[in-house]
Design a protein around this ligand. Structure first.
Ligand SMILES: [Zn+2]
Length: 170
């Protein structure tokens, strides 16, 4: 940007611009994603795969709340992003579909169903995403992410109290 004699835009400036062209960005993004899906099928066909539309996928929905909201919550204030005092940097509203894995999986599953079929879907161990995904992707099978399981086991392990003579010396 500085090379083009432009000042780098601020986060709020970028957000305002994005809101102006939001609908066009959605249309362009959908077209771009569709061409990527078609490229996957074409590449799989070139590779000689028996079912070129069959893919393996991984899903994990996360929602990032803003620092201001986290601070206000710690102070006991009930807050809703982005409708609170000060600057809000949350990437989505708390009740937006992306924070709700099931709603997100429904949208994604239906969107890609015209081009791709999901064979294995890897999700967090506690995720219900797979159940919802099966509605639009009936052949989809679920794999649980071992990273998530290891993290949960570690958390429980560190909370545990061990007696000094639990591990015997030989
Ligand atoms: Zn916020």
């Amino acid at each position: 940007m500085p090379d083009c004699q432009h000042h780098p835009p601020s986060y709020t400036g970028l957000q305002k611009t994005a809101n102006h062209v939001g609908e066009k960005i959605v249309t362009m993004s959908k077209a771009s994603m569709e061409s990527l899906r078609e490229k996957i099928v074409a590449d799989n066909t070139t590779c000689g795969l028996e079912k070129p539309d069959l893919i393996n996928a991984e899903m994990d929905g996360r929602q990032k709340l803003c620092k201001r909201a986290e601070y206000l919550r710690r102070c006991g204030v009930e807050v809703t992003c982005p409708n609170h005092t000060g600057i809000c940097t949350a990437n989505v509203a708390e009740d937006a579909a992306i924070g709700n894995e099931e709603a997100w999986a429904t949208i994604v599953g239906e969107e890609i169903a015209d081009t791709l079929s999901i064979n294995y879907l890897t999700t967090d161990g506690d995720s219900k995403t797979h159940t919802v995904m099966k509605k639009s992707q009936p052949a989809c099978k679920n794999l649980k992410d071992p990273r998530h399981l290891v993290k949960s086991v570690k958390r429980v392990f560190w909370k545990s109290t061990f007696s000094a003579d639990l591990f015997q010396k030989f």
